[in-house]
Design a protein around this ligand. Structure first.
Ligand SMILES: Cc1cc2nc3c(=O)[nH]c(=O)nc-3n(C[C@H](O)[C@H](O)[C@H](O)COP(=O)(O)OP(=O)(O)OC[C@H]3O[C@@H](n4cnc5c(N)ncnc54)[C@H](O)[C@@H]3O)c2cc1C
Length: 492
């Protein structure tokens, strides 16, 4: 197993990671930037599959921010100040024990080439550094619904990703359902890609924004973006249905129709307030995002449950976690969008470079750091308001049927989960995993974790935090070949 060292390691080349790497390198640190994708940009600035796309910024907001960061990164790579290791997974992250410490390195990562991108390259590598910035982003949060395993049903983020890479909508006539402003963004992309949108169903009653107007006004660009989507939806006469959810998806071999249900103030289905909508071949479900917290949990850093119910890393104003040398930026510290991720990345990059012994003084830098502090606070306040205005509907289980599959990898139906939670005292996700195999498959609970936690918690006494940590506890962040594990130096 080979080993390398540097001053600052940045994990993730999305908005947060790009900003962190560029900032740390500006301060003079030798940076290693690792990302499992082949090109930088993360989920937000996802690239077209076609390398020489004539208009690569077509589907993106903030594209000029991306091009500025990407060209500064390239210049730093060319100068030998940054090593950009794309197509590599970070599999584990841990603190180095005092007995194993050599030099100033405090943290150690194990990385491996992503098999499908690496053309035969194999094996695990170790990286040690005095400072690590984790920016692993988030994945789509899902709630199961009868029919959600049919072809034609996608996560709202998956629809965005598809359109950004392929340039076409993955269906002809779509319904977007769930909660949060991201549904508007996904619906707008479907329209712009030439698809039709039959309805956008928002589970929340938007009155939740009313007492939070002041927080919303702190980030005017978000309001402008929302208005842009609403204008587009109005132009295409797309109905925007509040307190409504897709509570069943119908079709023999693929999605063909949906049931739309009115929800009560608890998010439960109101009997008699359902309607059938046919001629639908694309259903996009989006219930927000879940931060990828397994590397943070592996390091033993402090976590907490955010207002949207997701597990996030706790940081101070410098994005410093509770673990020496470990910094966190972007969605991992709370889902707040790409602009907030860039700001936090810059703050973390500066602080990590300082940790590695590089100072970032100068009047201009200090002024920039001060501006970032204010931006960070504003974006965080906006995000908290957004999460409170768009909660997960408490009563989502009212639309489940006994045979609705919850864990898709292991094909575990809702009924088995309920029975295990009630009769086997499997009152936390790990207990459910052991008794029903929920969350044990390929995705390691990323798809079913939210639902399994809700079911377990309703039957048991475990709190939201323990439950979220149990879902996020993954000893490996990506699958590893047994042969590679066997070759690993046991002392490393
Ligand atoms: C599928 C999807 C689509 C989205 N589309 C939009 C959109 O169109 N508009 C919008 O406003 N928001 C979108 N979002 C939300 C968006 O992710 C964030 O607002 C923004 O990208 C956050 O930036 P980030 O740097 O924190 O994370 P990301 O952009 O997610 O970047 C994280 C990076 O870390 C890498 N990574 C993660 N784990 C590892 C690991 N173990 N080893 C190596 N690399 C790793 C990933 O490959 C990724 O490149 C989307 C989210 C998802 C999940």
């Amino acid at each position: 197993m080979s080993e390398r060292r540097c001053d600052v390691v940045v994990v993730g080349a999305g908005p947060a990671g790009l900003a962190a790497a560029v900032q740390a390198s500006r301060a003079g640190a030798q940076v290693l930037l690792i990302d499992q994708s082949i090109r930088p940009g993360g989920q937000f600035w996802r690239h077209a599959a076609e390398e020489h796309d004539a208009d690569p910024g077509r589907w993106h907001h903030g594209w000029s921010t991306y091009t500025a960061l990407a060209s500064e990164l390239q210049a730093a790579v060319d100068a030998g100040d940054v090593e950009y290791l794309c197509g590599h997974h970070v599999v584990t992250a841990q603190q180095i024990s005092p007995a194993q410490q050599i030099g100033s390195a405090q943290l150690q990562l194990t990385i491996q080439p992503v098999p499908e991108l690496a053309a035969g390259a194999r094996g695990l590598m170790t990286v040690r550094a005095p400072a690590v910035v984790l920016c692993p982003g988030a994945y789509d949060r899902q709630l199961p619904v009868p029919g959600w395993t049919l072809p034609g049903v996608m996560a709202a983020g998956g629809i965005q990703a598809f359109i950004k890479t392929q340039g076409v909508a993955p269906g002809r006539r779509a319904v977007l359902a769930g909660t949060g402003p991201f549904l508007l963004s996904a619906a707008a992309s479907v329209l712009q890609a030439g698809g039709e949108v039959a309805a956008v169903c928002e589970a929340a009653n938007l009155t939740g924004w009313v007492p939070r107007g002041a927080a919303a006004a702190l980030v005017p660009s978000k309001g402008a973006e929302g208005a842009e989507y609403i204008r587009l939806l109005a132009k295409h006469r797309v109905p925007y249905l509040r307190r409504t959810a897709v509570t069943a998806i119908h079709g023999e071999h693929r999605a063909e129709a949906v049931t739309l249900s009115r929800l009560d103030s608890n998010g439960a289905v109101i009997e008699g307030k359902q309607r059938y909508l046919d001629d639908v071949d694309l259903v996009g479900l989006g219930w927000g995002f879940v931060p990828q917290s397994e590397l943070v949990v592996q390091c033993g850093a402090r976590t907490r449950v955010d207002v949207d119910g997701s597990l996030i890393g706790v940081v101070d104003v410098h994005q410093r976690s509770s673990v020496e040398g470990l910094y966190l930026a972007g969605e991992i510290t709370g889902v707040a969008g790409a602009t907030a991720a860039v700001v936090e990345g810059r703050i973390a990059g500066r602080a990590a470079a300082r940790e590695a012994g590089y100072t970032t003084g100068g009047a201009r830098q200090l002024a920039a750091a001060q501006r970032d502090k204010v931006l960070r606070v504003n974006h965080r306040a906006f995000a908290q308001a957004m999460h409170r205005a768009h909660p997960l509907p408490e009563g989502w289980e009212s639309w489940m049927q006994q045979d609705t599959v919850v864990c898709r990898c292991e094909e575990v139906p809702y009924q088995r989960l309920k029975e295990a939670a009630q009769t086997l005292s499997a009152q936390e996700p790990r207990g459910l995993k052991g008794t029903t195999r929920t969350g044990m498959g390929w995705c390691q609970g990323r798809m079913c974790g939210t639902a399994a936690s809700c079911v377990a918690r309703r039957s048991g006494a475990e709190g939201a935090e323990e439950s979220a940590v149990a879902v996020a506890k993954r000893p490996l962040a990506a699958p590893v070949r047994l042969a590679d594990l066997a070759e690993r130096d046991p002392s490393a």
